[in-house]
Structures are given as structure tokens and as C-alpha cells.
Design a protein around this ligand. Sequence first.
Ligand code: HEM
Ligand code: HEM
Length: 330
Amino acid sequence: MVVWTDQERAYIQDIFSKLNYEDAGPKALQRTLIVYPWTQRYFASFGNLYNAEAIMSNQKVAAHGVVVLHGLDRAMKNMDDIKNTYTELSVLHSDKLHVDPDNFRLLADCLTIVIASTMGTSFTPDVQAAWQKFLAVVVSALCRHCRLFFPDYRPNTSVRNTWAAAKKAYLNLCPAAVKPQDTMVAWTDEERAAIQGVFAKLDYESVGLESLTRCLVVYPWTRRYFGGFGNLFNAEAIMANPNVAAHGVVVLQGLEKALKNMDDIKNTYASLSELHSLKLQVDPGNFQLLGDCLTVVIATRLRTEFTPYIQAAWQKFLSVVVSALSRQYH
Ligand code: HEM
Ligand code: HEM
């Protein structure tokens, strides 16, 4: 059974008590469909999902967003037995709807962004840690039925890397002579403007510190890489740690290099990727986690300005960064 501290229960209940289901539910589902367009295929009966505007004004999407939040509400009311509470819902999503379970994580992440942009700075690292633990249990319970029938199935920590994994498998099958060249990422003018707009609003010192802090608090195993940084005992200690603050700025400056070389992020990051793999031996799954924490911090800062369109461009940028950083591991 999952063990919850009183503090975690209090944080999660507090989030639900402040949640406006009619607002947050639709926004979370809209973002999922816009940022991860392959999720649209499950909602064919919902009518027009042709583009972002259509999704935003689709009443069925809005209504279903509220249904999803009421589904989550059941987990909050049964925190000590989420697994059994979700038996039917897990069977429905697996057997009837055939939802790829990796998508649960994506919807959960979009809901986190909506909550972060609504709560702002009161969505602290400790609150986020409790919330992400709750969502991880929900996702695992929803995936349970799928796992019973496909015991080898393991949800990806990052479905966003699925494309890269498929491409790698394909390349491995190809004889060397016919291996295609790496294709360049194409950016629209709107995407470039959106990403530059986000950077222009970032205060590197506070955003860098908070992103790295969240990563170390929400995913505590990442602390092991920073053994030389001194006291990382809890959120307060991490926030007050000057080494974390300095390194947060270094990470953002590293990201800025990608921004300035958007058409060749892969080569721009060749030595950084080598450093993280060969010297620091950072598990590449962690790049996504730090990227996710940075996205949450951005949502708490930009709030309603962090629209689904901007999020979509931003997440594309981060996925290219993560893939480039992971490149020397292949
Ligand atoms: C946090 C994760 C999720 C929760 C809590 C959740 C909850 C629910 C609930 C409560 C229902 C209504 C069940 C009923 O009518 O008895 C539902 C239906 C459905 N869900 Fe999910 N869901 C989640 C994730 C997803 C994802 C990721 C997808 C696909 C990308 C998805 C696709 C659907 C579809 C297609 C339906 C049926 C919609 C309809 O025809 O009305 N769900 N979900
Ligand atoms: C968005 C992803 C990331 C970016 C852009 C990034 C960027 C950087 C940069 C620019 C440096 C300094 C390199 C140098 O000194 O030449 C660095 C160092 C380092 N990074 Fe990352 N990094 C990322 C993710 C991570 C993750 C996820 C971890 C571990 C969980 C990590 C652990 C480290 C460590 C331990 C160092 C050396 C710190 C020191 O001793 O000063 N990095 N990173």
C-alpha cells in the first residue's frame, strides 16, 4: 500500500479544494490534445478537433475535462486504495478504449501545468512533490489492467522519447549503406517566436534555482549527482544552497545555447552530452524530469500567458534539447 504523510494528504486535499473543475478540467484536456496531438485519435466521436482553436471551443472536450477531474476526485477520496478504486476505469481505458497507457502521464503533466499556472508561487516544490506522487499512483492504478494482460509492459518515463526510440530501432535494422541522414528539426516562425518569448521573460537566477530545486525535491534520486554541493537535505536547504543557485544559472545558460542554435541543437550539445554521459554518468531519463520542472516553474511565472500554443512550442524545444543531450548515450 502507498504510504502518505499527513502533510502530503493535506497538500493534495488543499489543491482539490481550490480546484475549479469547470475551468481546470477543460484546460488540462485541451492542452493534452494540442501539445500531444496523437491523443486526439481517442476522441474521434467528439467532432471537430482539427486545430487548436477548434479544440479550445469544442464543448465535448470541455465536458470531458470535467469528467476526468471528477474521476481524479475519486482517487483523492480513496487515497489508501486508489488501485481498487480505479479497477473499472482501468478496464475501460484498456479493454474498451484501448488508450495507450503512456498517455495518462501526458494528461497528468498537462493538469500539473494548469494547476501551477493557477496557483502561482503557492505551488511550492513540496506541494509539487506531493502532487506528483499522487498522480504517479493514479497513473499506475489506471495502467494496472493493461499490466495484468501485458506483464512485460512498462510505462515509459517519457513517451516523448518514443519517436526517438522508434527511429533508433529503425536505424539499427537498416544496413549501414542505406541509413538515412539525421533529419533537421523544422521550426515554424510562430514556434521560434514563442520560445524566444519565453526566454525573454525568464529571470535566470530565480528560475534556474527553483527549477533545479524542484527537480531535487520532487525526484530525490537526482541529488546523488550533486554530492559535492553540500546540504541538499530538504526543500529549504536546497533553496538556500548557493551551489544549487549557481548551477541553476549554468543550466539556463546551457539552454540558451540551444535557443541561439535552434537549427543545430544536436551538434551544439555534442560536448555537453558527452560530459553528462561519460563523465557525470547522469541517467538520461533525468533530463526530461529537469525539463518538466522548468516547465512547471515557467507556468507559475507566466500563468495565463503560458498558453497551450506556447506550451506546445516550448515542449517541442525541450524534447529536442533532451534528445540532443541523450545523443552520446546511443
Ligand atoms: C488522469 C487520467 C485519466 C482519468 C482520471 C480519466 C478518467 C475518465 C473517466 C472518469 C471517464 C468516464 C468513464 C465512464 O463514462 O464511465 C473517461 C472516459 C474516457 N477517457 Fe479517460 N481518463 C484519464 C486519461 C485518459 C487519457 C490519457 C485518454 C486518451 C488519451 C482518455 C480517453 C478517454 C476516452 C476516449 C473516454 C470515453 C469518452 C467518451 O466517449 O465519453 N482518458 N476517462
Ligand atoms: C535540461 C537539461 C540540462 C542542461 C541544459 C544541463 C546543462 C549543464 C551545463 C551547461 C553544465 C556545465 C558544464 C560545464 O561545466 O562545462 C552542467 C553540469 C552538470 N550537470 Fe547538467 N544539464 C542538464 C541536466 C542535468 C541533469 C538532469 C542532471 C542530473 C540529475 C545534471 C547534472 C549535472 C552535474 C552533476 C553537472 C556538474 C556540476 C558541477 O560539478 O559543477 N544535469 N549541466
